[in-house]
Ligand binder design. Structure first.
Ligand code: CAA
Length: 246
C-alpha cells in the first residue's frame, strides 16, 4: 500500500512544488482545491502530466467544518489512511489595520487558521488510531516577525505556530510529529501581487538578496515527512534567506 499525503491548496505556488516533491518521495498525493476552481484544478493536473494513481483531486472548502468532516471521513474510508498532512492553503488580504474590513479579517482567519481545525481534526484522529503520522503546517516569516499591512495574516500565521506546538504534545506518544515551515518571501503569484517598489524594499532587507524558490519549500516538506526527521516535533523551520533570525 503506497504512502498517502494530503496537501491543501495543492495547485498554488508553493502547494504545487510540495505536491511534486512528495510524489518524488513515492507518495500518492490527495491534492485539495477550493470548490469553484474545478476547471483550473483539472488544467493543473493535466499540465503537470499527473496520473490518477499519483494524484487525486479533491474539492475541499477548508473554511467549512461540516464539509471537511464529511468529505475527509469519506476520503479516509476510500484511501484507508493519510500518512502526511500538509496544511498549506492560505490567502492574503493585505491592507493597513485602520482600513481593514471585518470581511478581510475573517476571510484570512477562516482560510489560514480555522482551516487547521477543519482539516486536521478528522485526519489527526485517524492518525491516532494508526499510531503514526506527520503533520506539516505552512506558516510564514510574517507570523514570526509581523508585517506592515498584514495584521490578519500575521495573526493567523502566528496562531498556526501555537497550534503546531500544542498538537505536537498530543501526538507525540502516538508517533505523530507536528511541525511548521515558515517560508520567507517566495517566488509565487501571492508575492507577485505586492507592488514592485514595496517588493524591492523587502528584497533589500533580505541578507541573501533574493526570494525563496517554491522548490526550496517543497524540499523542506519532503525532509520533515522523511524518516530522517522522525525525532523533530513542535518545531518551526524557517526558510527566509536570513530575513528573520529567532
Ligand atoms: N513601516 C512603516 N510604515 C510603512 C511601511 C512600513 N513597512 N510601509 C508603508 N508604510 C507607510 C508609508 O510610508 C505610507 O506613509 P504615508 O501615508 O505617511 O506616506 C503609509 O504607510 C501607507 O503605505 P502604502 O502607500 O504602502 O499604503 P497602501 O495602502 O498603498 O498599501 C499595503 C498598503 C497594501 C499593506 C502595502 O503597504 C503592502 O503591500 N505592504 C506589504 C505587505 C506584504 O509584505 N505582504 C506580503 C504578501 S506575500 C505573503 O504574505 C507570503 C508570505 O508569507 C511572506
Amino acid at each position: 500500500m503506497s504512502r498517502i499525503a494530503l496537501v491543501t491548496g495543492a495547485k498554488g505556488g508553493i502547494g504545487s512544488t510540495i505536491t511534486k516533491s512528495l510524489l518524488e518521495q513515492g507518495y500518492r498525493v490527495i491534492a485539495t482545491y477550493s470548490p469553484g476552481s474545478e476547471e483550473s484544478a483539472q488544467e493543473w493536473f493535466k499540465a503537470n502530466g499527473f496520473t490518477n494513481e499519483q494524484v487525486r483531486l479533491l474539492a475541499l472548502d477548508v473554511t467549512d467544518t461540516a464539509f471537511c468532516q464529511e468529505s475527509l471521513s469519506v476520503l479516509l474510508k476510500e484511501e484507508g489512511k493519510v500518512d502526511v498532512l500538509v496544511n498549506n492553503a492560505g490567502i492574503t488580504r493585505d491592507t493597513t489595520f485602520k482600513r481593514m474590513t471585518a470581511e478581510q479579517w475573517n476571510e484570512v482567519i477562516n482560510t489560514n487558521l480555522n482551516s487547521l481545525y477543519n482539516v486536521t481534526h478528522p485526519i489527526f484522529n485517524s492518525m491516532l488510531e494508526n499510531k503514526s503520522g506527520r503533520i506539516i503546517n505552512i506558516t510564514s516569516v510574517n507570523g514570526l516577525k509581523g508585517q506592515f499591512g498584514q495584521t490578519n495574516y500575521s495573526a493567523a500565521k502566528a496562531g498556526m505556530i501555537g497550534f503546531t506546538k500544542a498538537l505536537a504534545f498530543e501526538g507525540a506518544r502516538a508517533g505523530i510529529t507536528v511541525n511548521a515551515i515558515a517560508p520567507g518571501y517566495t517566488l509565487t503569484p501571492m508575492v507577485e501581487k505586492i507592488k514592485p517598489e514595496i517588493l524591492d524594499s523587502i528584497k533589500a532587507e533580505i541578507p541573501m538578496r533574493r526570494l525563496a524558490t517554491p522548490e526550496e519549500i517543497g524540499g523542506a516538506v519532503a525532509y520533515l515527512a522523511s524518516d530522517a526527521a522522525a525525532y523533530i516535533t513542535g518545531e518551526t523551520l524557517s526558510l527566509n534567506g536570513g530575513l528573520y533570525m529567532h
